[in-house]
Ligand binder design. Structure first.
Ligand code: 13P
Length: 255
C-alpha cells in the first residue's frame, strides 16, 4: 500500500445484534482477519455488546468502538454513558455526531464538539461524522454544510488533538440507500475536508488525519473508493453486519 496514511475500516453495527449474535460475528472476524496488519480495523457494537465482545477481541488486531457517548464525567444524566465507562469496557474509539444522531437525537456541532473533547481527554479516539443531505447537495450547499460540520465539531482543537481524530465523511443520501457517492464525488469532498483541516492547523497536520468514507460501502465498490488519494478508510454500516462482506471489503481495499 503506497498511501502515507494507514487505512482504517470500521464497522458501525448501529442498533443491530444481541450479545450472542455480536459474539458470533466477532468470532468470524477475529479468525478471518487475524493476519491483517496493514489496515486498522474496528467494530462498533451497540452498548450492550461492548463488554463481552471487547473482552473477546482484547489483544487481537480488531479494535472496539462505541457509537456515542456523553461528555460529562458522571452524575444525573439518565440513559447516558461517559468516556471512562467506554474505556472500562475495552473501547479504543467512539463514533460521534453520526447523521442518525444529528437527525433523530438532536446532536449538534456544539454537542459533538463537547463529546469530542471529552473523548480525547479520556484517550478515546473519536470518529467524527460529517456530511450533507440530498437536499443540501442538490441545492449546491455540500461544501457549506461540510465546512460547518468540520469547523463546528472540531472547534478549539489543537494540532496534536486533531491528529488523534478520524473524520468520517458520510453523505446522508448514501447511507443505507444503496446509492454510493461516485469516487469523484467522494474524493472531491475528502480533499475539501483536508484543506479545511489544513486551514484549522497546518498542512502537515492535515496530511496525517484519516478521513473515512461512509455510505453503502460494499465489497464491490471498496477498492475503487478506498483507492482515492484522500479516502483513508471506510465507516461501514449494513455490510459490516455480515462477516463475509466486511472481510471482503477489507481485503478488496488492501489489494
Ligand atoms: P451503510 O453502509 O449501511 O450505508 O451505513 C453507513 C453508515 O452510516 C456507517 O456509519
Amino acid at each position: 500500500m503506497d498511501k502515507a496514511r494507514k487505512l482504517f475500516i470500521a464497522g458501525n453495527w448501529k442498533m443491530n445484534k444481541t450479545v450472542a449474535e455480536g459474539l458470533d460475528l466477532a468470532k468470524d472476524l477475529k479468525r478471518d482477519l487475524a493476519l491483517v496488519r496493514d489496515v486498522d480495523v474496528a467494530v462498533c457494537p451497540p452498548f450492550t455488546g461492548l463488554y463481552q465482545i471487547g473482552q473477546f477481541l482484547d489483544g487481537s488486531n480488531i479494535k472496539l468502538g462505541a457509537q456515542d457517548m456523553y461528555w460529562d464525567k458522571f452524575g444525573a444524566f439518565t440513559g447516558e454513558v461517559n468516556a471512562a465507562m467506554l474505556k472500562d469496557v475495552f473501547c479504543a474509539c467512539v463514533i460521534l455526531g453520526h447523521s442518525e444522531r444529528r437527525q433523530f437525537f438532536h446532536d449538534t456541532n456544539e454537542t459533538v464538539n463537547k463529546k469530542t473533547k471529552a473523548a480525547l481527554a479520556a484517550r478515546l479516539k473519536p470518529i467524527v461524522c460529517v456530511g450533507e443531505t440530498l437536499q443540501e447537495r442538490e441545492s449546491g450547499r455540500t461544501e457549506l454544510v461540510v465546512k460547518d460540520h468540520v469547523t463546528g465539531s472540531l472547534a478549539g482543537l489543537k494540532a496534536e488533538e486533531l491528529v488523534e481524530i478520524t473524520i468520517a465523511y458520510e453523505p446522508v443520501w448514501a447511507i443505507g440507500t444503496g446509492k454510493t457517492a461516485t469516487t469523484r464525488q467522494a474524493q472531491e469532498v475528502h480533499a475539501f475536508i483536508r484543506k479545511l483541516l489544513a486551514d484549522m492547523s497546518d498542512s502537515s497536520t492535515a496530511a496525517r488525519i484519516r478521513i473515512q468514507y461512509g455510505g453503502s460501502v460494499k465489497p464491490a465498490n471498496a477498492k475503487e473508493l478506498l483507492g482515492q488519494p484522500d479516502v483513508d478508510g471506510a465507516l461501514v454500516g449494513g455490510a459490516s453486519l455480515v462477516a463475509r462482506d466486511f472481510v471482503d471489503i477489507i481485503n478488496n481495499a488492501r489489494s
